[in-house]
Design a binder for this molecule. Sequence first.
Ligand code: GLN
Ligand code: ZN
Length: 753
Amino acid sequence: MNTIGTTVLGYPRIGPARELKRALEAYWAGTGTEDELLATGGQLREQTWTALRDAGLGSIPSGTFSHYDQVLDTAVLFGALPERFTRLGLSPLDTYFAAARGVPDAPALEMTKWFDTNYHYLVPELGPDSRFTLTGTATVDEVREARALGITPRPVLLGPVTFLLLAKPDTPGFRPLDLLDELLPAYAELLRQLRAEGVEWVQLDEPAFAADRSTPELNALTRAYHVLAKQADRPKLLVAGYFGGLGRALGVLARSPIDALAVDLVTDESFVDAVAAEGALRDKEVLAGVVDGRNVWRTDPDRALVRARRLLDTAARVGVSTSCSLLHVPYDVAAEPRLDPRLRGWLAFARQKVDEVVLLGRALAGADVDLTPAREAVADRARATEPTDPAVRTRIAGLTEKDAIRPPYAQRVLAQSTALDLPALPTTTIGSFPQTGDVRRARAAHRAGRLRDEEYRTAMRAEIERVVRLQENLGLDVLVHGEPERNDMVQYFAEQLAGFAATEHGWVQSYGSRCVRPPILFGDVSRPEPMTVEWARYAQSLTGRPVKGMLTGPVTILAWSFVRDDQPLGDTARQVALAIRDEVADLETAGIRIVQVDEPALRELLPLRAAGHEAYFGWAVHAFRLATSGVADSTQIHTHMCYSEFGEVLPAIDALDADVTSIEAARSKMEVLADLTGAGFARGVGPGVYDIHSPRVPDSGEVTGLVRTALAAVPAGRLWINPDCGLKTRRYAEVEPALRHLVAAARQLRGEA
Ligand code: GLN
Ligand code: ZN
């Protein structure tokens, strides 16, 4: 009998040394050829496959590589790109990148968060006229590539129902899910081709079912897998549900004629009860996802085995896998020789997790394996006292309700308008300015010890001065220092806070070629010294206009770190909030009148199921307010968020009680504003009028149009004019004209008011 036994649901693809990032960026810049880019991809796939084979995995995934994004890959695979890209007459690769990044006449597909992770996917656009044909060859090509290495892989595909659920309608009122019957024949054809290539198993990912789903959506799931299973010449079907328990979809999938089901037993441990009680799994292989695909701690082998063994009487066979793809963790702990050795011993990245899966699979199968090292690592972490800081604990215990409450907004507004004296429709930016090669080189040289502190400070000050003068010349009203000293908005703070460790090579893909290096939050958090005050004070000393201090909020710091799993997230959030509160206070003392506390990840940590929302908002909102409520009425607190769908988060945005909230809105053409005001929001708001995710520069007519739309929802007295997000990924050649158009639009509309 052909079983999977042990596997991982996916693997990092950017390259251990970010080879893919470099090849992509070289290709886009015209300094690298298509052949070079394709060759880099081929090498990375080969390295991954051989590493997984050599580690002893039972089944090796293919199709986990992507030149940009797996959802875009799926749209291309089935010929479902919008016509605005296909009619450009570009090569297949350039058409793909046009959809991902946009070109002057064809704005990119919308990008949004992949469930509750910090990965972003491109949103397919589908409508009544969408048709699907199997046009892409990447899936089959990769199988051939792997087979040439002697490996018969298990292609991983995005499942048809999740693909449609992630798509957005190109026509109002249209439901992409209605295209299921159009789409399934294309999947069936692919299954037939894969079988003809000798493929034994195919994995279809349906993470959409870790969220609450309606009956029609569950019916679509039933229908999809009955239809696909009917395909005569097909590989066996493994369906993977991850990022949480499957809820009602568990029964649906168990009763469908698929051959195996992968379940996430990490995110919601109680889900193991539901799986164990599911009688219809009797004829299936179940892959127990007991190795956490999203966090970096070593797996407790005994706890993992207890969970996996509970399924032995339920399923025909039980295998071991990761809870989700390993896309969300770095490659290899071995690449981190400078980490504290004790901490390092507690960690497992992708490569180590593969070994854990193999070890647990052998133990589950009854082989005589040595679990002692794994047990010892877990015990050592539990024993360690370093993560606990009694001073932090005492301070948390002494908090009262009023530490998280500011006086009424009406009172603050008066104090702030006196203190700041801003025009109507004030203009500002979200914080970062383009990070030039010089800035990056100076930071790298300083980090490597080649640039002395004093030289580094001089270089950063020069950059800050340049950016301040530029903003003055452009005519912006509220200035920023530009964040040249920051490598990343979370890592920068984590490096200065106690309780965090930084990695050197722990890169994780965020989108396309963009990677982040999430810090590891291993212990109680506190702020030994001011983190941003010196730069903010310097920027303010250069200008009479207000300079906005720029901090990252507690929820975002958690969302973009690997967090400790030995205490509730809410407890950790409170500690981080106090550290930020200290920084806000020091900025205020230094003469900074506006402080922005970014929470772009507020939505990201929102539990996928509504049942978890209230508890989440409770601690997340409290943490933000704790961080920002220590200031005078006259100090204006801003926050910033960027994602395309706000939905359930709207009430929480209101509850944050920030004086001004800037939000992404350019791509949705300001739709979010009506939702915000509809939810009762009545404070300052800055809907983004410049989509910084695309190299496109909006002209001032476009910006004026957007602001006019915004003015229909928000009175001029509360409306701010700003880009969608920080500018650090853009070039000055794009940013300068865009900001000039933004200021011109604000001035024109002020004149009309
Ligand atoms: N202040 C940050 C910046 O401008 C905000 C980034 C973000 O929201 N992701 O870069
Ligand atoms: Zn942003």
